[in-house]
Design a protein around this ligand. Structure first.
Ligand code: ARG
Length: 592
């Protein structure tokens, strides 16, 4: 479906042409001054330079021709110094919005040629509990994935597990200290997969206790740290017992991660991790050396990535440390190699903390320089800001520790159940399920309504309020619409067949104009990878809907045609809101 601006642009461009001017001046856009008009064209101001003529006179010429062919679509007027202000007619608006409901994509523009996009988000570390630092990546990444899909791309989300490196060596070392008799540590540990017990020698709870313990100990006990480094090395060299143990750690940890992500309505197409790309490192490094992309500097293998235009110096990207060990960078580069080989995406989007922005600049440039990607492959870092507590410092537990994501969810949920129970509309047995949905909307909307790059304050009280710019307010509005439509259905009033009527009030018109803008908003949020634009949009829709609702008798409207027109408008508003929250990654209950 074409945007209204596009339709108007055609008419106004033709008017420029018939008035004797270049048609490229006829671009129409949303008005900067919605109080004065709905759309505007500033082309006469630009044309004035080319034609050495007052913009006002050009606009008047165009207006004459526009009025002839605008038909029933819009009315226009000229405003000094040379703006063309346009308002669409009520019949055109009603017709246009009706067509949105019939469009299979609900007016969301589709990319001409579907691109393959990979999104790297989540980034949890195995054997460490998810903490709030991972929340933003999951929430923003999931939404960006859904938005990229909605415009017709083929999208793969990859969780990119942190499942390699010293953290694994630490866990293995600590386990060996505690349970030295396990078969994994025995000198004659079986070579293959067979011969190890089915059951893991730890629970997820133990695992999560072991890692921080081992990590802390390694910082004060040098011998212990040496052991952990040796264990890491042995694991990476393929020591059978350690490989088998590592598999168990992965199994337990990934199952727990999946459970947590599921609760957040976050899902990944790929559960790949840093460990998967280790085989790519050796050949990649060899080629980098052979082709002269990388060189040794002070013992370390590096790729120079500075560019003459750089305002700030960009340090070289290190590929191997001076002891020959690979590092975070190496793994990310090898992951690019693997992704290109297995999936050949046109674009890879990384949803990672913005404090890693210099790091990604280095990695992306190194990848290009070493020709790991095609020249046209897009590598994008969507860097997000920090989630702070009310004190403006990174979000912590009351005791000042790192807040586990699970605890945060439980805490918010407990408060929400209380709120919901107070409400007579929800049956007791539905309260906890409803509370989960509403809590999730609070968390996700609270996060996504901020521009991703900005730090924001995670204010539980504010985010869970049923009024204001919050997820629960959006859901509340949807539930209100659902309940009116349900009442209508119960009263046997058919909604489906009725068309939209031209708006009968300013409130109804404002709502229709909002709905008319839906496709454009989704497109913009796709181009800018900016879910916050969808949040701002639905907040506006909900406000305008509620205004309309307060001004209008819907079910008690005596005129049947009018009433079914209202209901159809409600049904479409619901559809657009539901699609929007789906793009943000949450759903609405039937009651709340
Ligand atoms: N595992 C890392 C962390 O917890 C995040 C990984 C981000 N993704 C990437 N491709 N580097 O900090």
């Amino acid at each position: 479906m074409e945007k209204i601006q596009t339709i108007l642009t055609k008419y106004v461009s033709d008017a420029f042409l018939s008035a004797g001017y270049d048609k490229r001046y006829g671009i129409v856009r949303l008005s900067d001054r919605p109080d004065l008009c709905e759309f505007q064209c500033n082309g006469a101001l630009a044309a004035a330079k080319q034609y050495h003529k007052a913009p006002f006179l050009i606009a008047e010429d165009v207006l004459k021709h526009a009025s002839e062919n605008a038909g029933d679509i819009f009315t226009a007027e000229v405003v000094r110094p040379g703006f063309l202000n346009l308002n669409i007619t009520d019949t055109f608006l009603a017709d246009y919005v009706s067509r949105i409901g019939e469009d299979e994509f609900l007016s969301i523009p589709q990319v001409g040629e579907p691109g393959k996009i990979m999104i790297d988000y989540g980034g949890p570390n195995v054997a460490k509990p998810l903490h709030v630092g991972h929340l933003r990546s999951a929430v923003i990444g999931e939404s960006i994935k859904r938005i990229c899909r909605a415009v017709g791309n083929e999208v793969l989300g990859d969780v990119h597990l942190g499942d390699w490196g010293l953290q694994m060596g630490l866990i293995i070392t600590e386990l060996r200290e505690r349970k030295p008799d396990l078969i994994y540590f025995s000198d004659d540990a079986p070579e293959g997969e067979e011969g190890y017990p089915e059951e893991a020698p730890f629970t997820i709870g133990e695992l999560e206790e072991i890692y921080p313990f081992a990590s802390a100990r390694s910082k004060v006990d040098a011998d212990y740290k040496t052991l952990a480094m040796q264990a890491t090395h042995d694991l990476q060299a393929g020591k059978p017992g350690y490989r088998a143990l590592w598999k168990k750690i992965m199994e337990i940890s990934v199952a727990d991660l999946k459970k947590n992500y599921e609760r957040l309505s976050v899902s990944f197409d790929l559960w790949k991790g840093e460990s998967d790309v280790q085989p790519y490192i050796e050949p990649m490094v060899r080629e980098m050396k052979e082709k002269g992309y990388a060189h040794y500097d002070d013992g370390a293998l590096v790729i120079d990535v500075s560019e003459p235009e750089d305002k700030k110096a960009i340090p070289p990207c290190m590929v191997l440390k001076s002891d020959g060990a690979s590092l975070y960078n190496t793994t990310d580069l090898a992951t690019i190699v693997e992704r290109m080989k297995l999936f050949d995406p046109e674009e890879i989007i990384y949803v990672v903390d913005k404090r890693q922005s210099l790091y990604f600049t280095q990695v992306f440039r190194a990848a290009r320089k070493a020709k790991l990607v095609k020249p046209e492959t897009k590598l994008v870092h969507v860097g997000f800001g920090t989630m702070n507590g009310k004190d403006g410092k990174p979000f912590k537990t009351r005791e000042g520790g790192v807040m586990r994501l699970e605890s945060l969810l439980n805490e918010i949920n407990a408060g929400m159940i209380e709120k919901i129970r107070e409400n007579r509309n929800v049956r007791d047995e539905d309260a906890s399920e409803t509370a989960e949905m509403v809590s999730l909307s609070a968390i996700k909307y609270g996060d996504l309504s901020n521009q991703a790059a900005k730090d924001y304050i995670f204010d539980v009280e504010k985010f869970t309020a049923f009024e204001g710019n919050t997820g629960p307010y959006i859901l509340y509005t949807i539930v209100r619409i659902k309940s009116i439509l349900k009442k209508a259905a119960e009263a046997g009033i058919a909604v489906e067949e009725a068309g939209l009527n031209p708006p009968g009030s300013a409130e109804e018109k404002a709502l229709m104009l909002d709905l008319a803008g839906f496709g454009g908003v989704v497109w913009e949020s796709y181009c800018e990878l900016a879910p916050h634009k969808i949040c701002a949009y639905i907040y506006e829709v909900c406000n305008d809907f509620n205004r309309f609702y307060h001004e209008t008798k819907i079910l008690t409207e005596a005129d049947e045609d009018r009433r079914s027109g209202y209901l159809r408008l409600l049904a479409l508003t619901e559809k657009i809101l539901l699609k929007s929250i789906d793009l943000l990654g949450f759903t609405a209950p039937d009651h709340m």
